[in-house]
Design a protein around this ligand. Sequence first.
Ligand code: SF4
Length: 449
Amino acid sequence: MIDTAAFQGKTAKFYTLGCKLNFSETSTFARTLYNMGVREAKKTEQADICLINTCSVTEVADHKCRQIIHRMVRQNPGAFVIVTGCYAQLESATVAKIEGVDLVLGSNEKADLVQYLSDAWNKVDSAKEEAQEGEYHSVKTKDIKSFQASCSRGNRTRYFLKVQDGCNYFCTYCTIPFARGFSRNPTIQSLVAQAEEAAKEGGKEIVLTGVNIGDFGKTTGESFLDLVKALDKVEGIQRYRISSLEPDLIDDDLIAYCAESRAFVPHFHIPLQSGSDEVLKLMHRRYDTQLFAHKIRLIKEKMPKAFIGVDVMVGSRGERPEYFEDCYNFLNSLPITQLHVFPYSERPGTAALSIPYVVDDREKKHRAHKLLKLSDEKTRAFYAEHIGQEANVLFEKAARGKAMHGFTDNYIRVELSPAQAKEEYDNQILRVRLGEFNFDQSSLKADLL
Ligand code: SF4
């Protein structure tokens, strides 16, 4: 039982690090607390509750988590501090030792966060006096089974619907399966109900999030394609984006369905990680460059205007200069739109540490720079192809007197001048003609039709 009366009038601050999944979970916690009478504290105000949802994707992320926790504790003296997320799962004892942390919840406990908070809240005074260390709850990876349902509005117009959690792949550089457990998902029926709820609240666009979304169905004996078909029927939702799909799990049938679907937009985000078959083998990825190229070409054949974002890691162990060259040439040859480039980071406990060839930091930066330049060229060419064309744009809230921004279905950022912008365009899909690049080259200017 949660004693909501104890929380009436309290204030909370939230800090999220990492992926869209974490952001979606944090906003669900925030909404639950809001329904219990807790309001979000202003920046300058000291909060009664601080929640930090952590990430552990790199060493830098770990360091940043510790910094944020220290800062939240320092800026909110006496607040009840909860830390959850991947870093809290992997390093629960370390986090619990940080002065001022009251509760550390691993990935399995996340789903019951509010119950844990309520239980701990009741004994907070005595616990604060006695304990120098926070209380922590986390179980081993194999026992992480819970699923925290989560569909909430992000900072802008989009909703984030969590359709899956965990991963069974164990790529050699990755700690996610240790932090989030094995793949699991809720039923299609429950996800459709959440999408209907978002539509009732006025939601127009939903981003499907998860760790390995294409693996959807493991728990329920359903398939990702069935989920896509069911969500496509939800009235009121006009756009769905799929946040990321492993190349080997993008069925040709899924591509064909998206091309004909009512609301799934021509926008894909695919983690390639390396364009060298040698490196893909070292990473234990489950596809080769040939399969990847086939998926990209099929997407472009069925949806010529599709925006395709690709994740690439540079400087991973074993990436010799000639393999990086292969990667660069492969990416250059493909009709993709944008690269998300990540320098490899050593993670304790991963199999990649046994690969002897190491790339130094300077070389990693050089490789990242080269790929980012390629990415800029490709994105710019993609935008330029659309100048003069008509498009539908979902506009986002803007300050009065400022330009409004929004995205086309194929993810081109669009700018509407202050003279054309109107408050009521927020969260509206409007028809525009796309013009030239704006002053900082981040968007195309648009005229309403
Ligand atoms: S597919 Fe590989 S990289 Fe992605 S979460 Fe799973 S183990 Fe990590």
